[in-house]
Design a protein around this ligand. Structure first.
Ligand code: NDP
Length: 286
């Protein structure tokens, strides 16, 4: 039997999710159909699309820009949210809450949301062999992507976290919000500063800004150094990684994070675990 999945976004034509999930299904030997689903950029349109999908027998959906917060609101009012989705304030994975369905809740009211982005990053960093336990980590950027990775990084056992952002007030507000949203995070654990003021030696420095989309270069202090540098962007020249590679750091772009979050969605829908390293090699060879 074919299981049906979609990724919902606007725009959506560029999404690599269908290719990735097709490789996952091939690896574990199940039949799936995974389609790109365009949706008008409004909450009512999004809700109509996901209700129709699940009522039509769909098993799971990924959510991408600009709908991750809309999906969060939708699930908060319906089938519920995972801890990672609650703290991230965003949902990238939709499925049906089986317990609610069993107790007679209608399908449209049982739509449940998870967020696998942050754990996808942690799994990728771990697979690279970079040490997270007791690591001193700096994240640059305080938008949705940074918000989603902070709890999974703390759960992975990092020792220290510094959050730097161009607009310092956004970093300060984000830390305050996260410490309210999660018992695991307290605002004393996370230092904040402006991006230019970020200095010192870190084990891992993560670029979670959207600067790569603009082609601009981050203004970084000469006093900033790191053993490992990670850019969440992928598929283009990344000056951030060049900067740290020239100073001797090991580097990685965010393609493995993309595959990692997809693998966790697939696992949550189908119960099958994916050999991510193997699939990544296959996808890179395509
Ligand atoms: P947001 O728009 O929510 O946040 C953007 C962040 O970038 C803000 O902190 C903003 O700072 C900062 N920024 C933007 N331009 C500049 C600049 N010129 N100089 C310094 N800082 C700048 O974006 P997201 O958090 O959703 O996404 C961030 C990145 O992460 C994107 O590149 C996205 O593609 C990537 N991503 C990758 C994933 C993967 O699977 N690999 C998953 C999710 C995201 P300010 O607050 O001052 O405006």
């Amino acid at each position: 039997m074919t299981q049906h999945f979609i990724v919902i976004g606007n725009p959506i034509a560029h999404s690599k999710s269908p290719e990735i999930h097709t490789q996952f299904a091939a690896q574990v030997g199940i039949n799936i159909s995974y389609q790109r689903q365009y949706c008008p950029d409004d909450a009512a349109g999004f809700t109509a699309v996901i209700e129709a999908f699940f009522q039509g027998g769909g098993v799971g959906a990924n959510v991408t820009v600009p709908f991750k917060q809309v999906a969060y609101d939708c699930c908060a009012a319906r089938g519920g949210l995972s801890e990672h989705a609650k703290v991230a304030g965003a949902v990238n994975t939709l499925l049906l809450n089986k317990a609610l369905l069993k107790s007679g809740t209608p399908i449209a009211e049982a739509i449940y949301g998870d967020n696998t982005d942050g754990q996808g990053l942690v799994n990728h960093i771990t697979s690279l062999g970079w040490p997270l336990k007791d690591a001193r980590v700096a994240i640059i950027g305080a938008g949705g992507a940074a918000r989603g990775v902070i709890l999974p990084l703390i759960e992975a056992g990092i020792a220290e976290l510094t959050l730097a952002n161009r607009t310092l007030s956004k970093a300060i507000n984000l830390v305050a919000e996260l410490s309210v949203a999660s018992e695991t995070i307290n605002d004393q654990q996370i230092k904040t500063c402006s991006t230019e003021a970020l200095s010192g030696d870190f084990d891992i420095i993560i670029n979670a800004t959207s600067i790569g989309l603009s082609g601009d270069t981050l203004l970084l202090s000469d006093e900033l150094s790191g053993h490992y540098a990670y850019d969440m962007m992928y598929g283009r020249e990344l000056p951030f990684l060049q900067h740290f590679a020239e100073r001797g750091a090991q580097t990685s772009d965010g393609y493995g994070m993309l595959i990692g979050q997809a693998a966790l969605s697939f696992e949550c829908w189908t119960g099958h675990t994916i050999d991510v390293v193997k699939v990544t090699k296959t996808l890179q060879a395509l």
